[in-house]
Design a binder for this molecule. Structure first.
Ligand SMILES: C[S@@+](CC[C@H](N)C(=O)[O-])C[C@H]1O[C@@H](n2cnc3c(N)ncnc32)[C@H](O)[C@@H]1O
Length: 313
C-alpha cells in the first residue's frame, strides 16, 4: 500500500464523502476524511469491534500525515541533489575527455589522385566516391587530421558527387582541385603510395605529400600507380604490411583503408596498431611479432594478390 493511501476502506469513505464533485486535491480529501473520522468517533459507543478497529487505523493514518509529507519532501530533495551531482560529473567528464583529445592537425599532405576516372566503370566510380566520403569523415574526426587533397577532380566522379552528394561543395578542411598533383606540389615532396613499390614506408615525414591512387580496379590495372610514379620520377613506397602482419587475403588495400592507416599511424606511431585498428577482421590479419624476428625485413609480400572484395570497394 502506498503511503498516500489511507488504510482500510478510507479511500471508499473519501470517495463517498467527496461524491462526484471531482475534488482531486489531496488536502481537501484528507480533510473530509478527517471530518468523517471525527463523526464516527462521536458514535464510537454504538460501533462494532471491527468498525472501531478500522477507525483507529484511520486515526493513526491521519496523525502520520505530516510525517508522510515531510518524508516525501525529503525524498524529492534527495532526488534533486542526485540529479544535480550527476549533471555536474557528466559535464566535468566531457571537458576532461575533450582536453585529453586535443586536436593537433598534422602538416602532412595526403592526396587522393583522381586521374584514373576514365579507367573506371560508373559502379566503381560510385565505390570510389563512398571511399572518399569515408576518408573525409575520418579525417574530420581524427586527432591529427592531415592536409587532405583531391586532385584531378572531374569526370564521372564529380558528376556523381553533384548528383548524389551536392553538399560536397561545402566540405571543410579539404582541397578539391581539378589540377593534377604535379601542378600543385613540388616533385621532391611527393611520395606515391603503391603496393608494387619495392620500397617500404618506415616513417611518415610531415613535410611530404603522400599520394593514394583514386582507383577501384579489381586488379584490372595491376601496377598502374607504380608505373606512373616511375614515369614521373617521383618517390614511391608501400605500407610495411609484410613486416608487421600476415593476411589471409590481398595486400592491395582500398583507398580508404590506406587513408585511415595513415591517420591511425599519426595518432599511435605504431604500424602494427594502425593495421589492426583499420583492417577488417575478415582479412585474417595476424601479428608477425611473435612468430618472426622483425630485424629481418620481410619483403615476400611485395608481390601481392589483388582482391578488392572489401566493404568499401
Ligand atoms: C585499390 S588500390 C589500386 C590498385 C591499383 N591497381 C594500383 O596499381 O595502385 C588503391 C590505392 O591504394 C594504395 N594502396 C593500396 N594498397 C597499398 C599498399 N599495400 N601500400 C601502399 N599503398 C597501397 C595505392 O595508392 C593504390 O593506388
Amino acid at each position: 500500500m502506498s503511503s498516500e493511501m489511507p488504510p482500510g476502506n478510507l479511500t471508499e469513505t473519501k470517495m463517498t464523502g467527496v461524491g462526484n464533485s471531482m475534488k482531486s486535491d489531496t488536502d481537501k480529501i484528507e480533510e473530509e476524511a478527517k471530518e468523517l473520522a471525527l463523526e464516527k468517533m462521536e458514535n464510537i459507543e454504538t460501533m462494532s469491534k471491527r468498525q472501531r478497529k478500522k477507525l483507529m487505523k484511520q486515526k493513526q493514518w491521519e496523525e502520520q500525515r505530516d510525517l508522510r509529507k515531510q518524508k516525501r519532501k525529503e525524498k524529492r530533495l534527495k532526488r534533486k541533489l542526485e540529479r544535480r551531482s550527476q549533471l555536474e560529473s557528466n559535464t566535468e567528464e566531457s571537458i576532461r575527455k575533450r582536453k585529453c583529445r586535443e586536436v593537433a592537425p598534422s602538416k602532412l599532405r595526403l592526396i587522393i589522385d583522381c586521374s584514373f576516372d576514365s579507367l573506371m566503370e560508373l559502379k566503381d566510380v560510385k565505390k570510389l566516391h563512398k571511399q572518399i566520403q569515408r576518408c573525409y569523415a575520418e579525417n574530420r574526426k581524427a586527432l591529427h587530421p592531415v592536409q587532405f587533397y583531391l586532385t584531378s577532380h572531374g569526370g564521372q566522379l564529380k558528376d556523381n558527387m553533384n548528383e548524389t552528394d551536392k553538399g560536397w561543395v561545402n566540405w571543410k578542411d579539404i582541397h578539391i582541385k581539378s589540377e593534377h598533383y604535379s601542378e600543385l606540389i613540388e616533385k621532391e615532396d611527393l611520395v606515391y603510395l603503391t603496393s608494387d613499390s619495392p620500397d617500404l614506408l618506415n616513417e611518415l615525414d610531415d613535410s611530404k605529400a603522400y599520394v593514394i591512387g583514386g582507383l577501384v580496379d579489381h586488379n584490372h590495372h595491376k601496377g598502374i600507380t607504380y608505373k606512373r610514379a616511375q614515369e614521373q620520377g617521383i618517390r614511391h613506397a608501400q605500407l610495411p604490411l609484410g613486416i608487421f602482419v600476415k593476411m589471409n587475403s590481398r595486400k592491395v588495400l582500398a583507398v580508404n583503408h590506406v587513408f585511415e592507416i595513415i591517420l591511425a599511424y599519426l595518432e599511435k606511431r605504431d604500424w602494427e596498431e594502425a593495421f589492426f585498428t583499420v583492417l577488417p577482421q575478415r582479412k585474417g590479419v595476424i601479428s608477425l611479432n611473435e612468430t618472426m624476428d622483425k630485424s629481418v625485413p620481410v619483403l615476400q609480400d611485395s608481390k601481392i594478390v589483388q582482391d578488392e572484395a572489401s566493404d568499401s570497394d
